[in-house]
Design a protein around this ligand. Structure first.
Ligand SMILES: Nc1ncnc2c1ncn2[C@@H]1O[C@H](COP(=O)(O)OP(=O)(O)OP(=O)(O)O)[C@@H](O)[C@H]1O
Ligand SMILES: [Mg+2]
Length: 291
């Protein structure tokens, strides 16, 4: 009874707060996608998950934060003319850098601007934050694609985001590296919600076994509760789509891997996120971690 009453009070308070400020908090969910080992399917997941979420009516922005080889745009057959670097040096406005992808998603190509983010003077950081808020503040999801491994920049992005998706395949090397990355995140104690996606599985049992192995190891040795978000099957249509530079979900929407990614999107949407982090908080945390 007491629980119900306090929930009610909370609801009432929340509504009054909205009335007072006259604005409803947009509450963008920030999801950063990473892996220990490279080439396990992060960028394909980000692009197709973004499309799947957009097809379910959500506004989605992809932030390509892979320093070494930004390739979100390549997977969509797009050629960005500018990237974040041009924004940081005042050559372009962020709105000019953003490119439109399929299903209404938008992509912010990070390029070499990502590295520069770390060294921005405060005034410029504020300017960037302002335009980020204008572009991404209205989005329901901001998906961040990172490079493989455990560089300072990648770890910074993961620590700043509240929700982290770690991608691995069932291969022992990929699993070990995924665990290594999770261990580093656990060490910082920021308590991010870590979800795992097992990619390139031959069947559901293969996926479940792998997910469980990782979950049990993290629980036992790190006392960390991971959530297995789901599995993506090995699919030759994904390889074909990459070659054809069209996202799998657009070119082969009913392929095995497409169906699996749609399930992942549905699962993410069903989660009850009380108060999404929002773009402002994310970039503030990023500034603090980089600075
Ligand atoms: N489910 C799958 N079925 C078949 N092939 C796959 C699958 N997922 C990924 N691949 C293969 O792996 C390649 C690499 O995928 P992707 O570029 O998404 O990985 P990545 O983790 O982003 O790599 P990097 O670490 O270099 O950024 C794809 O081009 C494709 O050939
Ligand atoms: Mg990639």
């Amino acid at each position: 009874m007491r629980d119900q009453a306090s929930r009610l009070r909370e609801l009432v308070n929340r509504n009054t707060a909205k009335q007072v400020t006259g604005a409803v908090e947009a509450g963008t969910r920030i999801l950063a996608v990473a892996s220990g080992k490279g080439g396990v399917g992060k960028s394909n997941l980000v692009v197709n998950l973004a499309i799947a979420l957009a097809q379910q009516g959500k506004k989605v922005i992809v932030f390509d934060a892979d320093l070494g080889m930004a390739n979100v745009d390549i997977l969509m057959g797009l050629v960005p003319r500018y990237n974040l670097y041009d924004v940081l040096y005042g050559r372009r406005a962020l709105a000019e850098v953003v490119i439109k992808g399929p299903a209404g998603i938008e992509v912010i190509p990070g390029g070499s601007g990502i590295q520069e983010l770390a060294n921005l003077p405060p005034q410029q950081q504020e300017k960037l934050l302002h335009s980020m808020k204008q572009i991404a503040g209205k989005a329901d999801f901001l998906l961040v694609d990172t490079g493989a491994g455990i560089s300072r920049v990648v770890v910074g992005f993961l620590r700043a985001a509240r929700e982290v998706i770690i991608v691995t395949t069932p291969e022992p090397t990929s699993l070990t590296d995924a665990y290594g990355l999770i261990k580093i995140l656990a060490k910082y104690g920021d308590q991010p919600q870590i979800k795992t996606v097992i990619n390139r599985v031959t069947n559901l049992r293969d996926g479940k076994n792998t997910g469980e192995k990782l979950r049990m190891t993290a629980l036992r040795f790190l006392n960390l509760e991971l959530e297995t978000l789901g599995y993506i099957r090995e699919d030759k249509y994904l390889v074909k789509a990459v070659r054809e530079q069209e996202p799998l979900l657009v070119k082969y929407p009913y392929a095995d891997a497409s169906e699996d990614i749609k399930l992942l999107a549905g699962k993410l949407l069903k989660m009850n996120i009380d108060r999404p982090m929002g773009v402002q908080k994310f970039f503030h945390r990023l500034q603090r971690l980089f600075g």
